[in-house]
Design a protein. Structure first.
Length: 182
């Protein structure tokens, strides 16, 4: 787990406020016992995760594509080629929706805006994570990279099973063991 106590508290606040503003239809599916706590959410998210992102063209047409999403410090991070349509859309219109739905009965959904990461500590943190995850730096590729963080203003997460503290602890320990083995 890469989140500090403060980051977990901020993420929990975002999840709680988002459920408070959710529609009756959504809350009928994501009943309280199915809602993931911030701690369980970060324990269960793999890195990378296939993150589906929605952008909008200049003509207002929606576009969905997938990126390798990395969730840490309470945010989704991703990269793509600077010349990709999604990068062009997001630079012009930074509103974004994203979802991670790896299986039936589990999902994370968010809406917000992207922040393009310029050279500096946060971008370097993501590059370091990328090297740890993939064994190479995108800085070594022959393509310009667009680095982004999603600043969610609404996020919900659910699993069709109750929030089980023992399962959360086990998942967190397994994730930490995988990180340590790299």
């Amino acid at each position: 787990m890469n989140e500090t106590t403060a980051e977990l508290a901020g993420l929990q606040n975002l999840l709680d406020l988002s459920f408070d503003r959710a529609s009756a239809h959504l809350t009928s599916i994501m009943e309280p016992q199915r809602r993931l706590s911030a701690e369980r959410l970060v324990a269960e998210l793999p890195s990378p995760a296939v993150l589906n992102i929605a952008t909008v063209t200049a003509g207002g047409e929606p576009r969905v594509s997938a990126v390798d999403g990395h969730f840490f410090h309470g945010h989704w991070y991703f990269s793509t080629a600077v010349e990709s349509p999604k990068a062009r859309h997001l630079r012009a219109r930074p509103a974004i929706s994203a979802s991670y739905t790896p299986r039936d009965g589990f999902g994370v959904f968010c809406h917000g805006r992207i922040e393009e990461l310029t050279p500096g500590p946060e971008r370097q943190m993501f590059i370091d994570h990328f090297v740890e995850t993939y064994g190479e730096s995108p800085e070594d590729w022959d393509v310009d990279i667009f680095y982004a963080r999603i600043d969610a203003v609404w996020m919900v997460a659910f699993a069709m099973t109750a929030d089980d503290e023992e399962k959360t602890a086990k998942l967190a320990a397994e994730r930490e063991a995988r990180r340590a083995a790299r």
